[in-house]
Design a protein around this ligand. Structure first.
Ligand code: 3H9
Length: 693
């Protein structure tokens, strides 16, 4: 093989020129790959002995996209468009041989080829939207010409890849091949040549676009269907506009429009935040003193203690990926109730068409309910999800210690209690760890993995890998009250309660956070979670809340009782309630607080700056490894809008000096609660931010 550049090689095998990309880990389209493709195709085209060109990738995947690390830097020639034009215009057939994932720019390369063959497990997609981008190398113009407008919209705006067999059905690949991919692709290329098949250029296809031409309702109804999940993001609407351009403009003008919109999203703050978040999520998997090759225990069977809402949701996570799980509950009745909720959850998903009834039965078949504690003896991982009370937790762990396998991972789902103390109830604290799931546990992606003082590295590595196996995003944190997420949430909650007494109403505060991009504000969230839950915790801690306590005394526990901070109609829509306003006004006057109008920007600062300050303290105390881990926690656990990166990234954009100065100003009036954290002071002095400190 002749090296064209350091990542692209060319070899002629018989009558086929094989161009190989080898740019680990994911064959991203870095400058030397683009140059190698351009020069390699030119050479192969000029080689009189070569009748066809096969493009194949070494390693675990086909090209997985543009090199994200190059964005934001000046473009290094050649641009991808130039390379794709050359491939599509080649005088002999170019066949893409796809394995692993052909994503983003990778699929765009494949779409510029005349033919595509794929291995059975290959996946193909345009996930740029997840990075706040859009396919900028012809993907929005070529894909709809192949798979049709509706399918292309779903793939480009949704970002999910499709499997090889679906791609074959849609005409996105021409053949699925078995065995050695290069050999199969070469055989396919020989066949194309022998049969004198034409050089299929996707740019020339029109049939599937014509079907949508003159039908703006196709786009209108698609926009409506994605409005909720794309709210606040910049890229989805621009992706749709590109596909509209594909339908309404000639190919070259469509490409120009795509280019224009690509540059718009590329320079947007939303994309900057989303690209940052892509790497933040991957960074969270890295634990400095627990290297990637740390041995992990294999998880063949799981157990969950407690069949309540959390326990049931956690059990579903295991069943969903095919791991048998035993659910233990003390009383038969509570067990039956819990398992019935699990069944109902699955049936609701099936009713929405997202699971077949066989899937439902298969998953339920993996969940075994019992009242016998001894039934956990086979489990490789046990997750405790019982009442949030230390004596009960300790009792459970003492029993687990007696029954569980010697090398089982013993996890607690506590959200507030000291994991060290829980571990002390066993003779094997090294195997005890926190796995803090978020409600609803079968839906929310985050798991805070809580490392206690004696937790072993194997236990940490096992909890992280088990979380990933059940399709969660684990983030390692240390022991403290509320860990990272709830500890910061508490700061926000405290200010929200104060703002209500000073002059704002719940609906104003909730709207400020909703408009910022959260799915809901703190008061709507309380109503959803149930006001009685925090009331019980407050009573336990001897704490009071002027408004919330009064609501609870009136039996207003939130959505489940039809009233809380809001009143709920039959459709569960929240409506502001004059009764709540009266309670708030009364509370303000009882406490001698003179109410005043409060502007939205003050509300936003008062809610979010203390979270940032608490995040800084969390970093000072080494409860979180890095600022970006805090961001991952807030995006996946609390609905912080991904297009704002997370609280620490956002703080950097606001400017740490601005935040610090505001805290100092508030400190003058209200004292130490606002004192800037030492890290915040240090970063301001050094002119740095959290994420590049
Ligand atoms: C695009 O293509 C724009 C074009 O339309 C227009 C151009 C004009 N670049 O995820 P993993 C790194 S936008 C640079 O852990 P997996 C990643 O950071 C792009 N680096 O592996 C990690 O590094 P480290 C559209 C990248 O097996 C390592 O590779 N494409 C890129 O779980 C392994 O990654 C996408 O959005 C990249 N494009 O999953 C696809 N991708 O080891 C993005 C990965 O130092 N990538 N890295 O932490 C993915 O979805 C997954 O990485 C993939 C593999 C599914 C491919």
């Amino acid at each position: 093989m002749t090296a064209i550049t350091r990542s692209v090689g060319l070899a002629r095998r018989g009558r086929v020129a094989v161009l190989t990309v080898d740019n680990p880990p994911v064959n991203a389209l870095s400058q030397h790959v683009r140059q190698g493709l351009r020069d390699g195709v030119k050479q192969a085209a000029a080689d009189a002995e070569a009748a066809a060109i096969v493009l194949v990738c070494a390693g675990r995947t086909f090209i997985a996209g543009a090199d994200i690390t190059e964005f934001g830097k000046p473009l290094a020639e050649p641009g991808l468009h130039e390379v794709l034009d050359l491939i599509e215009g080649a005088p002999k057939p170019v066949v893409a041989a796809i394995h692993g994932t052909a994503l983003g720019g990778g699929l765009e390369v494949a779409l510029a080829c005349h033919y595509r063959v794929a291995g059975k497990t290959a996946r193909l997609g345009l996930p740029e939207v997840r990075l706040g981008l859009l396919p900028g190398a012809g993907g929005t113009q070529r894909l709809p010409r192949v798979v049709g407008v509706e399918k292309a919209l779903a793939m480009i705006v949704g970002g999910d890849p499709i499997g090889a067999s679906e791609a074959l059905k849609d005409g996105l690949v021409d053949e699925i091949v078995d065995g050695d991919l290069t050999a199969a692709a070469m055989a396919f290329a020989e066949k194309i040549v022998a049969e004198r098949r034409p050089l299929k250029k996707i740019r020339d296809l029109d049939e599937k676009l014509a079907a949508a031409r003159g039908k703006p309702e196709v786009f209108a109804s698609f926009r409506k269907s994605v409005a909720r999940q794309t709210r606040g993001f910049r890229a989805p609407e621009r992706c749709i506009q590109c596909v509209e351009a594909a339908v309404n403009l000639p190919f070259d003008r469509g490409i120009e429009r795509e280019r224009e919109l690509f540059l718009d999203v590329l320079s947007s703050p939303e994309s900057k935040a989303q690209r940052y978040f892509f790497f933040a999520e991957r960074e969270a998997a890295k634990i400095p003193d627990v290297p990637a090759d740390t041995p992990v225990r294999e998880i063949r069977a799981a157990a969950v203690i407690g069949a309540g809402t959390m326990g049931g949701g956690i059990a579903m996570n295991f069943a969903n990926v095919g791991i048998p799980v035993t659910v233990v509950e003390v009383a038969r009745e509570a067990l039956d109730r819990g398992l019935a909720v699990v069944r109902k959850n699955y049936e609701t998903t099936a009713a929405k068409g997202r699971l077949t009834s066989q899937d439902v039965e298969k998953r339920l078949g993996l969940i075994r309910g019992t009242t016998e504690f001894a039934a956990i003896a086979d489990a490789d991982i046990v997750v405790e999800a019982v009442f949030e009370e230390m004596p009960i937790k300790k009792q459970v762990f003492a029993r687990l210690d007696a029954v569980a396998k010697a090398d089982a991972l013993l996890a607690t789902n506590t959200s507030t209690l000291d994991v060290d103390e829980i571990a002390s109830a066993t003779a094997r604290p090294e195997s005890v760890i926190g796995m803090h799931f978020f409600s609803p546990a079968n839906v929310m992606r985050l798991v805070e993995v809580v490392r206690a003082a004696k937790t072993s590295k194997t236990a940490v590595a096992t909890a992280m890998s088990a979380s990933r196996r059940i399709q969660k995003v684990p983030v390692l944190v240390g022991v403290c009250f509320g860990f990272v997420g709830n500890r910061m949430l508490e700061e926000r909650g405290r200010e929200a309660d104060k703002l209500v007494l000073e002059g704002a109403l719940p609906q104003q505060i909730d709207k400020v956070l909703y408009d910022f991009g959260f799915p809901m504000g703190p008061f709507a969230m309380h109503d959803l979670a149930g006001l009685d839950v925090s009331w019980r915790i407050r009573k336990g801690l001897g704490k009071k809340s002027a408004v919330a306590d009064r609501l609870c005394e009136l039996g207003r526990f939130g959505q489940k009782t039809g009233a809380g901070y809001y009143r709920y109609g039959a459709d569960r829509a929240a409506a502001p309630d004059p009764e709540v306003e009266r309670i708030i006004l009364e509370a303000s006057s009882r406490l001698g607080i003179e109410r005043r109008p409060i502007a939205d920007d003050e509300i936003l600062a008062r809610l979010l700056y203390p979270m940032v300050n608490e995040g800084a303290k969390i970093l000072d105390e080494k409860i979180a490894i890095r600022a970006s881990d805090i961001d991952v926690i807030w995006v996946y656990g609390y609905g912080w809008p991904m297009y704002r990166g997370g609280p620490m990234f956002w703080a950097d954009q606001v400017g740490l000096r601005t935040i610090r100065d505001k805290l100092l100003e508030w400190q003058k009036h209200e004292g130490a609660v606002w004192k800037p954290a030492p890290r915040l002071e240090r970063l301001v002095a050094e002119g740095k931010g959290f994420v590049q400190s």
